[in-house]
Design a protein around this ligand. Structure first.
Ligand code: PA5
Length: 440
């Protein structure tokens, strides 16, 4: 099981910057009570470990026959698959097939490079969109659709859709053109969807057993409702992040894993945390980071900058490889002392030293420890942080599953691009452009 160390946010360790253990426990109990009442149907993500994988596995097996696998999706429909790829098959495209490209951002240059690399005849394109109406995803889909048709290829052999069970543009096309389609359950929101076919289809296409991801998640779903606090680290973490914000004004959460394989996991967490909690003037700002790299970039700021941060370390107990550092240059102390250790020892020692340095300077920090990175513990990690985020939302008293703040930008984009029904927004964009003043 993933472990949480929260000693370095307690007043006992860091004095006035810390919070009281009684308060943490009280709010953790409150979080458990709130989540047990299941106030939102989106909490059904806790049931995902019990889903039927039969169809997913069949389509997943077929996907392994292709040379290239492209995902079109953005936000919650892209970040989870990115984590699965990077954490469970690092440097994948240099070593294995199918070669995977996850095209989320609308960048014409990235698009061109992908097109120049792949051979469409041997490519499977997985279009992921819960709503079926996300402009970025649909734009890329339309380009691929045209290309597949122009080359007289069968659309149903080159596309797989992952979308809502009933609604949306992709659902309409799926029925008309018989495109194989995987379902994102109705009640599961985008950023809580990694353990649906959104993430699991890619896992299967990579030859990773999706049931192992779900097995890890199952343990967390089970413990989420446990009132025994020593079995419910999610409640303790949610309560701690909530209290360090409202009592100590720690408005920035630095998410700091010590493994390249978890770099996108930082991005995934930051989206989950930001889009779920930033509402009604509440929430804290997540900052995606990476150890040891950011010790040489951000650490100075965390140590001596404004008193507004909390660092959440993620350390990995056992890395996949050890790699001994050779003992050379016995008479040059600067090189001698490094020899004889392993790279794993070095990265974990650096993490420990950074944690101690922050604590000795009375800076609040906490640590999650993963025994190792594999499908089981990655599944646990996803579910762990989804539970923590939901609990934090319930403590703040906001709905952690909607995102009303991103709608206005979407409507203005629709207006600017001439979508019917958005003429008023289109006018607003025109007037806005007239007002812009640049200095050259
Ligand atoms: O978490 C969310 O709901 C969002 O980040 C969505 O995942 C994102 O906007 C993409 O939406 P869709 O899957 O409907 O294309």
């Amino acid at each position: 099981m993933i472990m949480l160390d929260f000693s370095n946010i307690l007043t006992k360790e860091i004095g006035n910057n810390g919070v009281l253990i009684d308060e943490i426990e009280k709010n953790a109990q409150k979080a458990i009570k709130l989540i047990s009442e299941k106030p939102y149907k989106e909490l059904n993500f806790l049931e995902l470990p019990e889903q039927d994988l039969k169809e997913l596995k069949e389509i997943g097996k077929r996907a392994r026959d292709y040379e290239y696998f492209i995902i079109l999706g953005i936000g919650g429909s892209a970040l989870g698959p990115k984590v699965i790829l990077e954490a469970l098959s690092p440097l994948h495209n240099l070593r294995k097939k199918p070669k995977v490209f996850i095209y989320d951002n609308v960048d014409p240059t990235t698009f061109k490079h992908i097109i120049e690399t792949i051979d469409l005849k041997r490519t499977l394109i997985n279009v992921i969109s819960k709503s079926g109406s996300t402009t970025e995803t649909l734009a890329a889909f339309l380009i691929f659709w045209r290309m597949i048709r122009e080359r007289k290829l069968e659309v149903k052999e080159h596309f797989v859709f992952t979308t809502d069970p009933e609604k949306g543009n992709l659902r309409i096309l799926a029925e008309e053109y018989e495109i194989p389609t995987l379902v994102i359950p109705r009640d599961i929101g985008g950023r809580y969807s990694v353990l649906t076919p959104v993430g699991l289809f890619l896992a299967e296409a990579l030859g990773i057993k999706s049931e192992e991801l779900l097995e890890g998640a199952r343990e967390i779903s089970y413990r989420a409702f446990s009132e025994k606090l020593n079995q419910n680290p999610m409640a303790i973490l949610a309560s701690s992040l909530y209290l360090t914000d409202i009592q100590k004004n720690r408005k920035i959460v630095v998410f700091l894993p010590y493994s390249d394989r978890l770099k996108t996991f930082s991005e995934w967490f930051c989206q989950l945390w930001a889009e779920s909690l930033g509402k009604e003037g509440k929430g804290t700002t997540p900052y995606p980071s990476l150890g040891t790299t950011d010790q040489h970039s951000q650490l100075q700021l965390w140590m001596e900058g404004p008193e507004d941060k909390l660092v959440l370390f993620v350390s990995v107990d056992k890395h996949e490889f050890q790699e001994e550092i050779p003992e050379e240059f016995h008479d040059i102390e600067g090189l001698r002392f490094i020899g004889g250790h392993t790279l794993e020892e070095l990265i974990n020692t650096e993490q420990l030293a950074t944690e101690m340095a922050l604590t000795m300077s009375k800076k609040p920090n906490m640590k999650l420890v993963l025994p190792k990175i594999d499908a089981y513990y990655l599944g646990q990690s996803f579910q762990f942080l989804q539970v923590v985020t939901s609990m934090a939302g319930l403590l703040y008293g906001i709905n952690p599953f909607n995102q009303p703040g991103v709608e206005l930008g979407k409507r203005l984009t629709f207006g600017a691009l001439g979508k019917r029904g958005f003429e008023t927004e289109g006018e607003k964009v025109k007037n806005y452009l007239k007002k812009q003043r640049f200095i050259i």
